[in-house]
Ligand binder design. Structure first.
Ligand SMILES: Nc1ncnc2c1ncn2[C@@H]1O[C@H](COP(=O)(O)OP(=O)(O)OP(=O)(O)O)[C@@H](O)[C@H]1O
Ligand SMILES: [Mg+2]
Length: 261
């Protein structure tokens, strides 16, 4: 479904931020990208979504989605793909919601920018999605302001919005990092259910190798813009090749008192 070939990305005149990045992803696969702050994780997924920040640009390599290069996409092509075929969730989706507007009106507007439908129908669709994300009393949430929800609930709203049009690919940038450990575990499980229920392929970026290993079919470890380990979860956990990965594995955090690595 998604193929990244020898990708390099550079911001302005800086040294390349990432180099020789490769990835091959099947439908419904979960790939975790793990690495310390500044290693280039966000850069990878923003490149996939054609949304590099600032002066970021792809300087070599290619990104193919169902065999077609995404690098050739026009603004209009992207408008059709983003939100419907692939979508993204962030560390604090709540932070991207407008604080002075109720969830409902923002969600309805979001739906109607992607698909023309009457407001009432969009409202109903939103309620259905929130309920699927196991948010209790979805109508009440629609009538709430973002600050009236907990961080975990806001994050579920963000995931619900991202899943509205049943994208094939969900790009998740530190989706659980701002949450307490228990909520983090719930959200992680819920994301894995998305794959089981809808066949959604997920690339999850995290600095938490515990979360990464728990979710992943494939695990990619980055260090200073380079991939230092890449393989199936078992391969990387049982036979890490780089010292960096070995160090990460020695310091694995726990989730709900259980070690997942
Ligand atoms: N908007 C930008 N303008 C210029 N350089 C940038 C920009 N965004 C990222 N970079 C460069 O790319 C490097 C990697 O950034 P990136 O955000 O991909 O790292 P990350 O692994 O996601 O880190 P974190 O865990 O802190 O989110 C940065 O150290 C910086 O040099
Ligand atoms: Mg980042």
């Amino acid at each position: 479904m998604l193929e990244i070939k020898d990708l390099a990305v550079q911001y302005g005149d800086q040294e390349p931020t990432i180099e020789h990045f490769n990835l091959s992803m099947k439908k419904g696969e979960i790939i975790s990208v793990v690495g310390e702050s500044g290693s280039g994780k966000t850069t990878v997924i923003r490149a996939v979504l054609g949304a590099l920040a600032g002066a970021g640009r792809v300087t070599s390599g290619d990104i193919l989605f169902h065999g077609e290069s995404l690098l050739k996409n026009s603004k209009n092509d992207w408008r059709k793909i983003r939100g419907s075929k692939m979508s993204m969730i962030f560390q604090d989706c709540g932070g991207t919601l407008n604080p002075i507007r109720k969830i409902g009106s923002q969600y309805v507007e979001y739906i109607r920018t992607h698909e023309s439908m009457p407001k009432q129908e969009a409202w109903q669709k939103a309620v259905t999605m929130l309920t699927k994300m196991r948010l209790p009393d979805a109508e009440n949430i629609m009538n709430s302001y973002p600050y009236q929800l907990s961080g975990g609930m806001r994050q579920r709203v963000g995931i619900a919005m991202a899943m509205t049009f049943n994208p094939e690919l969900l790009l998740a940038d530190e989706p659980t990092s701002a949450l307490d450990v228990t909520t983090q575990a719930q959200i992680v499980r819920q994301m894995m259910e998305l794959r089981d229920d809808f066949g959604t392929g997920i690339i999850i970026v995290t600095h938490n190798i515990g979360v990464a290993a728990y979710m992943a079919d494939q695990l990619i470890v980055m260090h200073h813009g380079k991939v230092v380990d890449h393989g199936t979860r078992e391969e990387v956990l049982n036979n890490p090749t780089s010292d960096y990965t070995k160090k990460l594995l020695e310091a694995v955090p726990e989730m709900e008192g259980k070690r997942y690595v």
